[in-house]
Design a protein around this ligand. Structure first.
Ligand code: PEP
Length: 250
């Protein structure tokens, strides 16, 4: 039985004041979330505040990116060990905004996944096709390429210690959610792809859907057989909306 996981991706939003308010709101309602695991991925500079407020609560936290290097002369970068210093559990790797805006390719994403995993963080590996790729009918090829980059380099069991977020790029931040059937189809494909290498990992790995998931559409997406949670952008910035998605997950 896979425990559902709902993670908020705050992206580059918020302030110290709004972070405190959001976390206060989440803590006030978290007891109503019965089975789902809940995490928030905050901007680096707010991790100290997040840690101070969430320590001892059922909510986990993490970051949205990390360096593929362990330490040294890499101005502006943040190492896995630094995230662990702030007790992060999760780190998002290969988000489509990192891939498209900052040129992160499969090779770099795999290096980031490797350093995160080796350090003891749980990577959330984001994969997904653009609208153009979906219209060309190559969704499965794209998702397979992105997953195989990690799985064939690091092995299926390492992949299995992370989480995969299927996020169709055309659905991120656009309000255009994939239908539950569209999302399920790709999630089932991902499970089949992993099963070719390792049936146990395929059965147990948690697959999140991401892309305009909100309080209104979460329940039907989360009801699909192979959807084990959500990676939530915009709707994770309002405590009540995020909690409502968490409650829908169980
Ligand atoms: C995301 O950025 O991972 C995401 C899913 O964003 P949104 O929910 O806003 O589409």
């Amino acid at each position: 039985m896979r425990q559902p996981i709902i993670a908020g991706n705050w992206k580059m939003n918020g302030s110290r004041a709004s972070t405190k308010e959001l976390l206060d709101g989440l803590m006030a309602g978290i007891d109503e979330v019965k089975t789902a695991e809940v995490a928030v991925c905050a901007p680096f500079v707010y991790l100290a505040e997040v840690r101070a407020q969430l320590s001892g609560t059922p909510i986990f936290w993490g970051a949205q990116n990390l360096s593929h290097e362990e330490k040294g002369a890499f101005t502006g970068e943040i190492a896995a060990s630094m995230l662990l210093d702030f007790d992060c559990k999760y780190v998002i790797v290969g988000h489509s905004e990192r891939r498209s805006l900052y040129g992160e390719d499969d090779n770099l994403v795999t290096k980031k996944y490797a350093v995160a995993h080796r350090s003891g963080l749980t990577p959330i590996l984001c994969v997904g096709e653009t609208l153009e790729e979906r219209e060309k009918g190559v969704t499965e090829d794209v998702v397979a390429r992105q997953i195989n980059a990690v799985m064939n380099t690091l092995g299926a069991s390492v992949l299995g210690e992370g989480v995969i977020a299927y996020e169709p790029v055309w659905a991120i931040g656009t309000g255009m959610t994939a239908t539950p059937e569209q999302a399920q189809e790709v999630h089932a494909f991902i499970r089949r792809l992993i099963a070719e290498k390792d049936a146990h990992v395929s059965d147990n790995i948690r697959l999140q859907y991401g892309g305009s998931m909100n309080a209104g559409n979460a329940a039907e997406l989360l009801a699909m057989e192979d959807i084990d949670g959500g990676l939530i952008g915009g709707a994770s910035l309002k405590a009540e909306d995020f909690l409502s998605i968490c409650r829908a997950a169980g």
